[in-house]
Unconditional design. Structure first.
Lengths: 575, 428
């Protein structure tokens, strides 16, 4: 975060060359002066005064070819002051990595696409912005950017976006300009606020102007600026206000007026309180989102382990199959990444569900009532499944793309933002839970499952095909694991080890919540997530995990059957 | 009669078989390859196994070494640290290999170290590591901290003007030692305690919400902030995804990583990573002609034009050529004679320079800083002016400042210049 620059700082000489000297925050004065001197020496030597605007523009562009990154920033700054109509498209292309030098004649071109893997690139002339034919990638060198330069480019382009008809573009532009406020951008902002209609953009501009007013000479106007800023919550504002009243190492204050200082201190206190509150809300959300991941990975196990009593060590690998299904679905529909996740959910349910049914029919059904052998056999199956995906997809992780609608954040206010992918996973977990409850409580299959799990002999006597129900129950639990895999593919690596990372957690949740109880899994998983996240800022991630585990062991000592123990005849016959 | 003939034929066959085994035993030099082909490390190590096999094949096409063919002995330590030691013993005592290329992670190296020292073997270790070690029997072709971590911090400090530092690592020996060195280095440059935040997360950590939010808060203090990441392997993807989701861009808070290379990026959606940094001694995108030749050879060998090359592969390339040159100079594969011959030798690296073998069993390397591009390659934004000699014992740790390693003059990898004594790792 670049600090908002003070306006009364003396400008370096060579003002025409401009702001570039200030945009890469401080500390390299000597080098900059050298660059400026170089330009100063070059300027009169060039026949520049007699050039047409097009020629001047091209000459400036041409300098980009050989320039170092700081030099490029200076050139960009100079270009952004040029009134040439091509400045905006050229700078935008530069930011998007679409600016090339043609090796054969050293001319600069814009490309329509920055994709180097294309066999030929469609070129655009930088001055006329007309098509300039196609070029081969090995005849073109990209003019590269780095982080610092991209920042400068963004700020430069933001000035053009200020008059965009789209209010969100304007908002972004103002935010971008506020990272490094200087006199020209202030003038633009002052001009804009008179005609701005969108309240959010207007508030943003007012904040920017108030920050600038803190440097004004009149204490009264500074007090007014503080009053305007006191209800903003952003870190930049807080830091700028804190500078006013925090003494520097030699005991002096940046702000001379004590009244202004105490007003700033009071404003910072209000801001800090609000920030602390929202950071608490944020931690709570983190806990819920971690909890919902735990519930999602455990809920399939709650059926196979909880309801059927099968210790399935291959549960994690069924999730892995779900994640790989997502990858395959994305491969199959590369043009529709946005929809691929929605297709992947039923596909993963089917793939993992069928795998589960096969597993139950071929191995597990011979081992009912022998938990140790089931454990060993399914552990073997988990190793086989891992090696299977290693052979098919290689040991390397696969890249699953995140659809655009799942990335980004929901900005609740200036302080609190919630990431979309986590929000969707919380919602998704609740949906899976509700659907599962409905299946178990409202369908014929659910009735059969409950009947068989409570009293197998009686259920068989009533004409229920208990073997078929076993296979379906296991398939249902496995299918849910596959669906969890789709969600995990958006959070973590899709690789052969995906399952191992979650198997312990999922057993922990089921045991904690109470074997055989879906509500227990939901509440157990959520509370483990929240406790973990509450501890993490204080204890660190490693210790938080250990503390949760120790607490869990102690809890199980006192209540061996978990949060919500099964009661009644079924529990007695099971134990 | 018939029986006799049959017997005769059998005897002939047996003799021919015996002769051929004797011949082939004489005609090959065995090269051990000790890389995991299964388990968690298989992702990275399988590539290195293929690299060594390719180099051996190429050398054999040139007529082998000392008139003999090279023969690879590939074993699979399965990402299991004790198994590394067992397999190493097998290579040295049963197969009697002349040299071994292998290991990844310091744990695996520490596990095989006593075996190589006891049996006087020769190991080329190709991965960047935390330093604080110099064995007579190991050649370290990966970067020591002063060839990766320190230059990266220098770049951020000088070129990006970073004032606040988050040292984020996985909880094991390499990040802990590296961060200790970096912390001492930053403090020696006048960075205040309050401007350094050090954090560790477990292996395979996947829920980065809290950490990224904390980094965001730490970075919102009004000073330019950067993250130095020693996060290991699998935990990286969720980390970068979370950075992208919480909109921490490389322009605001750049992350420089020491274990994210081309190979790791090939399994990742790179969009949220663009602009983040990595420090290595080699990038696949390097324009040197020798690099292009190497990449073409690799693609032809592996029969897949999409495969990437990376820094540890270059380390094996350098190590293999150093060993070949040393064997040719010594005229034998005897470990002591090869070690005596190898110090001071120079072979080309893949970025257009030369790698020189130093007396402390490390090599000279250039250091590059690259920004991740959208295609999973790196855009070099900075490099050291000169080659950096690898320093086994860091100058920024109180205990190791006085330690020197020199296998030519001191014959010691752990020589205390104050007490004038040599301790450990010294099998004379």
């Amino acid at each position: 975060m670049t600090p908002v620059r003070l306006l009364d700082r003396p400008r370096p000489d060579g003002r025409a060359l401009g702001r570039g000297a200030g945009t890469t925050a401080g500390g390299r004065g000597g080098r900059w002066q050298l660059v400026l001197l170089l330009f100063a020496a070059l300027l009169p030597a060039r026949p520049g005064l007699a050039q047409s605007p097009d020629q001047q523009f091209l000459a400036a562009l041409g300098e980009l070819r050989e320039a170092s990154f700081p030099d490029k920033a200076a050139i960009v700054d100079r270009l952004s002051r040029d009134n040439h109509p091509s400045v905006r498209p050229v700078l935008t292309a530069f930011l998007e990595d679409r600016l090339y030098t043609r090796l054969s004649d050293q001319k600069i071109f814009l490309a329509k696409s920055g994709d180097d893997t294309l066999t030929s690139l469609e070129l655009i002339d930088p001055v006329t912005l007309q098509d300039a034919g196609a070029g081969a990638p090995n005849d073109l060198t990209k003019i590269s950017t780095n982080n610092g330069l991209r920042r400068v480019l963004r700020t430069a382009i933001a000035r053009f976006a200020l008059s965009s008809p789209d209010s969100s573009v304007r908002l972004d532009a103002v935010k971008e300009m506020m990272r490094a406020i200087d006199e020209p951008s202030l003038a633009l902002l002052r001009e804009r606020i008179g005609v701005e209609t969108d309240p959010a953009v207007k508030a943003e501009i007012e904040t920017g102007l108030a920050l600038a007013a803190l440097d004004g000479g009149d204490p009264q106007s500074r007090l007014e600026a503080i009053a305007a800023l006191a209800h903003r919550r952003r870190a930049e504002v807080r830091n700028r206000l804190a500078v006013l009243f925090e003494p520097s190492p030699d005991g002096s204050f940046a702000e001379s007026d004590p009244a202004v200082r105490s007003a700033a201190a009071a404003a910072v206190r209000t801001i800090d309180q609000a920030r602390a509150f929202y950071s608490g809300v944020e931690t709570l959300f983190f806990g819920l989102s971690l909890g919902s991941v735990l519930v999602l990975v455990a809920i399939g196990l709650a059926i196979t382990f909880g309801v059927m009593g099968v210790i399935n060590m291959a549960h994690g690998e069924l999730m892995m199959l779900g994640a790989y299904t997502t990858y395959v679905v994305q491969l199959a529909m590369p043009k529709h990444i946005e929809a691929s996740i929605l297709v992947a959910i039923p596909a993963a349910f089917l793939v993992a569900g069928v795998a589960g049914v096969i597993l139950e029919r071929t191995i597990i059904r011979f081992l009912y009532g022998r938990p140790l052998e089931t454990l060993l056999a399914t552990f073997g199956v988990s190793l086989m499944l891992q090696q299977l995906v290693r052979s098919v997809f290689s040991a390397n992780n696969r890249s699953v793309e995140t659809p655009a609608w799942m990335s980004g954040t929901l900005q609740v206010n200036e302080v609190l933002s919630i990431t979309f992918n986590r929000l969707y996973i919380v919602v998704f977990t609740v949906m899976v839970f509700v659907i599962l409850q409905l299946v178990l409580k409202r369908t014929r299959l659910g009735l059969d499952i409950r009947a068989v799990s409570q009293n197998r002999a009686m259920a068989r006597a009533m004409g229920i095909r208990s073997e078929w129900v076993d296979a379906m129950t296991f398939g249902l639990g496995s299918g849910i694991a596959g669906v969890a895999g789709v969600a995990l593919s958006q959070l973590t690596n899709v690789g052969p080890n995906l399952g191992q990372a979650y198997i312990i957690d999922s057993f922990m949740v089921v045991v904690f919540g109470g074997v055989g109880n879906l509500w227990g899994t939901l509440i157990g998983g959520m509370s483990m997530g929240v406790v973990n996240k509450l501890l993490e800022p204080y204890a660190g991630a490693v210790l938080a995990k250990i503390l949760v585990l120790v607490a869990l062991i102690l809890f199980i000592q006192r209540r061996p059957r978990g949060l919500f123990p099964q009661t009644g005849r079924a529990a007695e016959s099971a134990s | 009669m018939k029986l006799k003939q049959g017997l005769g034929a059998a005897a002939l066959l047996a003799a021919a078989w015996a002769a051929s085994t004797v011949l082939s035993a004489q005609a090959t030099i065995k090269v051990g390859v000790l890389h995991s082909l299964s388990g968690t490390m298989a992702i990275s190590e399988t590539t290195l196994k293929d690299t060594v096999l390719m180099l051996i094949e190429e050398q054999n096409k040139k007529g082998g070494l000392l008139g003999k063919k090279l023969e690879a002995v590939v074993v699979d330590p399965a990402s299991d640290w004790p198994l590394f030691a067992e397999k190493a013993r097998g290579l040295l005592e049963k197969d009697k290999v002349a040299v071994t290329f292998g290991c990844w992670t310091s744990v695996s190296r520490k596990s095989v170290l006593p075996v190589f020292e006891k049996d006087n073997g020769l190991l080329f270790y190709p991965v960047q590591y935390e330093g604080e070690e110099s064995s007579k029997n190991v050649i370290y072709t990966g970067a020591a901290p002063n060839q990766q971590a320190i230059p990266a911090v220098d770049y951020l400090m000088k070129e990006v003007a970073v004032k606040r530092w988050v040292l984020e690592g996985t909880d094991y020996v390499y990040p802990r030692t590296t961060n200790k060195i970096l912390e001492a280095y930053l403090k020696s440059k006048g960075v205040a305690d309050a401007d350094i935040s050090i954090n560790y997360t477990p292996f395979g950590h996947s829920d980065w919400q809290t950490r990224v939010a904390a980094i965001k808060r730490f970075g919102a203090a009004g000073k330019k902030t950067a993250v130095v990441s020693t996060i290991n392997g699998d935990a990286n993807v969720p980390f970068y995804k979370e950075l992208g989701n919480q909109k921490v861009s490389a322009e605001d808070i750049p992350v420089v990583a020491f274990s994210v290379g081309e190979e790791e990026l090939s399994g990742v959606d790179t969009k949220p990573l663009v602009g983040h940094l990595a420090a290595w001694n080699y990038f696949m995108s390097d324009k040197a002609p020798v690099n292009k030749t190497f990449i073409d050879k690799w693609h032809a060998y592996i029969k897949n034009p999409k495969r990437t090359t990376n820094d540890p592969m270059e380390a094996h390339y350098i190590g293999f050529n150093l060993w070949v040159k040393a064997v040719e100079k010594a005229g034998t594969t005897d470990v002591d004679k090869v070690l005596a011959a190898i110090v001071g030798l120079e072979v080309p690296n893949l970025t257009g320079g030369m790698a020189k073998m130093l007396p402390n069993h490390h090599i000279t390397k250039p250091v590059f800083i690259g920004e991740v591009r959208a295609d999973g390659q790196f855009n070099t934004v900075w490099k050291t002016a000169a080659l950096v000699p690898g320093d086994a014992w860091s100058d920024f740790l109180p205990g190791s400042k006085d330690i020197d390693a020199n296998w030519v003059t001191l014959k010691c990898g752990n020589y205390n210049t104050k007490t004038k004594t040599c301790s450990g790792q010294n099998y004379k």
